[in-house]
Design a protein around this ligand. Sequence first.
Ligand SMILES: [Zn+2]
Length: 64
Amino acid sequence: MDLNDLVVGAVVETKKKHPCGGSLWEIVGGGADRKIRCLTCGRYVVLSPDELKRRVRRMAEAKA
Ligand SMILES: [Zn+2]
């Protein structure tokens, strides 16, 4: 996974599911820490870019 792809607005699928059962996340914040929002339950999680890179399995199709 290229960090350059993990930009605000991108939707990604994580290797591990969120406790709510969802695995799709939208990246909502850039910078030193990346903020992502679970598309299933709407909760926010803040991760370092390296941690985000480790968790992402693939890019998902962006939602309109
Ligand atoms: Zn969730």
